[in-house]
Design a protein around this ligand. Structure first.
Ligand code: CDP
Length: 312
């Protein structure tokens, strides 16, 4: 079968219509490709070593180590007596993790009935502290093992934790005893709020474990996908997590990745940007449709599975 990604070179992004045609042609069929999974894990390990450096640890970042911010030029943080004790001892993600679910925040999850499938995974990753209230349970599930938190959320939603520490701690209870993955060393203004989030959770004796994203990991994953035609100022959080999952999990299913305003269903129903709101990202910042094309390639190759349909 001739697919658009063979017909069009990578620098010509297929139109929404072409993408939807391709998605419907493929249907719900999916076949796991053990060789593809192995090859991709090897590629990702060689470029980005997710198992060892996805997070800053005491092992990979001793006192005195210079962490170069991945989102800014010539800015660095030198690990000190203040920051070192906040790092976990060693990488907490040990292979083999069996079935992993990477949950994006796309509106395509609405009415998907995918909650049970997601909760069935051995390791569930979510993006940007998403709402997990009862009304979304059937579609997005309830379990979380790792959730990302951008410093910008701490700033906007929790007023930088200067006077709303309690509401932060309470809202974090939705994520049980998961890892909270924060890009504390991506942009310098994000370091302070990330450290504050750490201390707030520690003071409240929270069950959550804060992990700081290693800037070398974020930088190398960015370069990996740039080499495959994703041209964005910064990869979306979902693609970072999918890359991490491909590097450490035996089977990866991604949900909620659909950056288009109309659905993949024959009726092309309107789809909101998020499953909980319709606030769009800055256009120039991410390249989600390009990312989708890359992930769909991996889906058709059997390397990971994308769910954009209904689960039940
Ligand atoms: O912060 P960011 O804009 O990256 O993410 P988000 O809007 O909180 O959504 C989490 C992730 O879901 C994104 O990083 C994308 O990978 C994915 N997503 C998608 O593919 N399609 C959408 N309509 C919305 C999110």
């Amino acid at each position: 079968v001739l697919c658009w990604f063979y017909v069009f070179p990578v620098y010509r992004l297929p139109s929404y219509e072409e993408i939807v045609d391709e998605v419907s042609r493929q249907g719900h069929a999916w076949r796991k490709n053990h060789t593809g999974i192995h090859v991709y894990r090897k590629l990702l390990t060689e470029c980005c070593d997710p198992q060892r450096i996805f997070a800053v640890t005491k092992e990979n970042s001793p006192i005195g180590k210079v962490l170069w911010y991945d989102g800014e030029l010539y800015k660095s943080h030198t690990v000190s007596n203040d920051t070192y004790p906040l790092f976990v001892q060693d990488s907490p993600l040990r292979r083999p993790l069996k079935k992993c679910a990477v949950v994006g925040n796309g509106g395509v999850l609405r009415h998907s009935g995918c909650g049970r499938d997601i909760d069935d995974a051995d390791f569930v990753m979510r993006c940007n502290l998403p709402p997990l209230s009862k009304e979304y349970m059937e579609d997005v599930g309830t379990r979380t093992h790792l959730v990302t938190a951008n410093p910008s959320i701490i700033e906007k939603r929790f007023q930088n934790l200067l006077w709303s520490r309690r509401s932060f701690v309470e809202s974090m209870q939705a994520y049980g005893s998961s890892y909270v993955y924060m890009p504390a060393f991506s942009m310098q203004p994000g370091t302070e709020p990330s450290l504050r989030a750490y201390h707030t959770l520690a003071d409240a004796r929270s069950n959550l474990t804060v992990l700081f994203a290693h800037p070398d990991f974020l930088r190398s994953v960015g370069a990996f996908w740039r080499g495959r035609g994703v041209h964005a100022r910064r990869l979306s959080t979902g693609l970072f997590l999918a890359s991490l999952a491909l590097g450490v999990c035996d089977e990866v299913t991604v949900y909620g990745f659909w950056p288009f305003a109309a659905g993949p269903d024959p009726g092309r129903r309107p789809v909101s940007h998020h499953y909980y709101d319709d606030v769009l990202p800055y256009k120039w910042f991410h390249a989600m449709p390009e990312e989708f094309v890359q992930l769909w390639r991996l889906h058709t190759a059997g390397t990971l599975r994308m769910r954009v349909d209904q689960c039940s």
